[in-house]
Design a protein around this ligand. Structure first.
Ligand code: 23J
Ligand code: MN
Length: 258
């Protein structure tokens, strides 16, 4: 049998399982809230065109209104000023949309401290146990934040000082971007940067360094708890919006069955 026939047979027999890493996208899906004076994106809105009625007797369809960075989405390099000469979302090579992925689980630490930051030492300790980060693969950062994703207040977790959500230190973001072979970073939170990243140096370092290095971001992922630390294959499906900075995306993982 061909390798693709083997894959289909493995999927049929559930020796390979498909795990959906995508948050359901609806008008209540939490979105990033930047402080004044910055502009913000919009939530999803469906605008009905017809629904089996005199506007369209046999069909139901909508116009959709959404931001590029609404819900589970893919950040392209051009999204950040440091990546302004890089790929837009339509230029991300298709072969990079299927890639290996590893999961770094810091859910316990994030539950204790919502401002927890991943440091280089944490990644090196993970590598000592599981092997090197994947060349051309995703570093998926599990924080347990997906459990909050249907409650915007819990998910954004903001107080008078701003949002408190786990992320990556500036030093670690620069090291991941410039000294490791990963394709990008995927997170469960509303964006790849920590809630307090507006006050980091540089501000929003994950965006600044990773997108500036031509790498990518994936946000608002779910079900990372169902993935092994190593061995998953992640398939990402951003819309190829010409000139776009990112796109809502369906993100799937292939994992070896139990
Ligand atoms: O890329 C995003 O969705 C995101 O998190 C973001 C977007 C725009 C400005 C700052 C941030 S931090
Ligand atoms: Mn984004």
């Amino acid at each position: 049998m061909s390798v693709l026939q083997d894959l289909l047979e493995a999927l049929r027999s559930r020796r390979v399982e498909v795990v959906d890493l995508t948050a359901p996208l609806h008008p209540g899906t939490p979105i990033l809230q930047l402080p004044e004076p910055f502009a913000n994106t919009i939530p999803l809105r469906l605008e009905e065109i017809s629904r089996y009625d005199d506007r369209g007797p046999a069909w139901y369809w909508n116009d959709i209104h959404t931001g590029e960075h609404t819900g589970t989405h893919f950040d392209a390099p051009v999204h950040w000023v440091t990546g302004r000469d890089g790929e837009d979302i339509s230029q991300v090579p298709a072969e990079r949309l299927v890639a290996p992925a590893v999961v770094l689980d810091f859910a316990a630490e994030s539950a204790k401290d919502p401002d927890f930051l991943l440091e280089i030492s944490h990644v090196r300790a993970w590598e000592a146990e599981h092997g090197p980060l994947p060349d051309g693969g995703w570093l998926l950062y599990r924080t347990g934040w997906d459990a909050r994703s249907e409650d915007a207040a819990q998910f954004l977790n903001a107080d008078e000082n701003g949002p408190h959500t786990p992320g990556i230190s500036a030093e670690c973001a620069r090291w991941l971007a410039e000294e490791t072979p990963i394709l990008g970073v995927g997170v469960e939170t509303v964006g790849t940067d920590a809630g307090g990243a507006h006050s980091f140096d540089p501000p929003f370092p994950c965006h600044s360094f990773l997108l500036g290095a031509g790498k990518y971001g994936l946000t608002q992922l779910q079900n990372l708890a169902r993935l092994p630390a190593t061995g998953a294959v992640v398939i990402t499906g951003p819309l190829p919006i010409v000139g776009g900075s990112g796109s809502p995306a369906r993100v799937l993982a292939l994992v070896e069955g139990e």
